[in-house]
Design a binder for this molecule. Sequence first.
Ligand code: IFM
Length: 488
Amino acid sequence: MPTSNDFTTNASGQLASAFFPASAPTPFSRADFGADFHWGAACAAYQVEGGWQQQGKGPSVWDDFTRRRGAIRRGEHARVGPDFFHRWPQDLDLARGLGLTDFRFSAAWARVLPAGTGPVNQPGLDFYDRLVDGCLARGLRPWLTVFHWDLPAALQARGGWTNRDVTGWLAEYAQVLARRLGDRVSHWMVLNEPMVFVGAGHLLGIHAPGRRSLGAFLAAAHHATLAQAEGGRALRAALPAAARVGTTFSCSQLTPHRPGNAYDEAATRRADALLNRFFVEPVLGLGYPVAELPPLGWLLARYQRPGDEERLKFDFDFWGVQNYTREVVRFTPWLPLQWATLVSARRRQVPHTEMNWEVYPESIYQMLKKFAAYPNAPRLVLTESGAAFPDHLQAGQVPDVARRAYLQAAIGQVLRARREGVPVDGYFYWSLTDNFEWAEGYGPRFGLIRVDYETQQRTVKDSGRWYRDFLSGQPVPAAAAPRAAVVK
Ligand code: IFM
């Protein structure tokens, strides 16, 4: 099945139609999004910074997890990574060179508070201060994610996300950041993709802290939902009134494996409740979506206290929608609790990325529509979307045709939603540079900018150049450019 970067090898055109379904809008240009639309790229501290023990930084759960034998592909870790800790001026210069208006990054909790709570590590906080000033000096609006998965190891030793006190720890940390940076950072996000760090970290055991326990999952899930709202309140209390407070959610369009089959349809509704609705609906005061998953409701009740339903609510200024693919769901009678499995793209023999995620940009449109349909939903921003395809340096260039096509297709799907009235205000490509892709190590490359991890040399890929041209006003023609390469 095609995962190739070279469209010319895909004579069937299957890859092209995956990127550009008939519904994809063309032609279009930046002007169609209006002057205030946010154009960015995103990254996260643990994945790019390196500098893992520098200037007083404490250890995080990922520093510990990457030491575990077999936890990470090829035994890789992120102690140096793309070395953003030292090379951020160069990376921000490149971001500006692409014409981005906004830059999203996260702070490493243990760089700011080495023990998770208590004394602040001033050099660590100073680093983010310089980074924020560096963004502003280059005309990049900084967007700061408070928590992108790197919990301080000292807090994990106290139970981490399974300890209800984590809500207070997070609020304290959020306020430290807000007090120092709130005069310059206009957009804040409390959590990055809670379902991923809770599910992959506490139930599946494939991310830090590597737990495989239903109890740990449920406790962490409830505490993360509480922390999301408490963190929002803590930020709002400490930030100037003009600052925008948001949070982000992972999500995927879900399709039954056998459309029309009652079991697969019901399994899809259960998966939707867990994967797309679980962290969103309590924020709106709708409670957890347990009607589809009664056993989950009974089990979760063990971790809830009187008054929690109220505490889970928060009126965010925006939601960050993060979408990479769609999932196909099949009824699975032997799987307790969910009775649903996701049928992998490889198994379905559809075009997919190196993450084994189906190439399906239309899911972006579907998810924006879905989130916007909630009564009282705030404004939306696509705070992540991206694609990992293999790429190579050839004569000083990186001809990453597939990523370029994905980027164009993703932006087109955002426009499609916007044209139908969805209040979506920004697009952030994941990621500015190649980086450490968690359990997959350095294998999958998502970046608009290639990183040679031996030399730390940066090379803007063709996808990055395409983004630059698009942002400079170059229109996407009616017959999308990469399509021409397909029918060879
Ligand atoms: O790299 C991750 C990121 O940390 C969170 N969202 C998904 C990306 C790709 O897997």
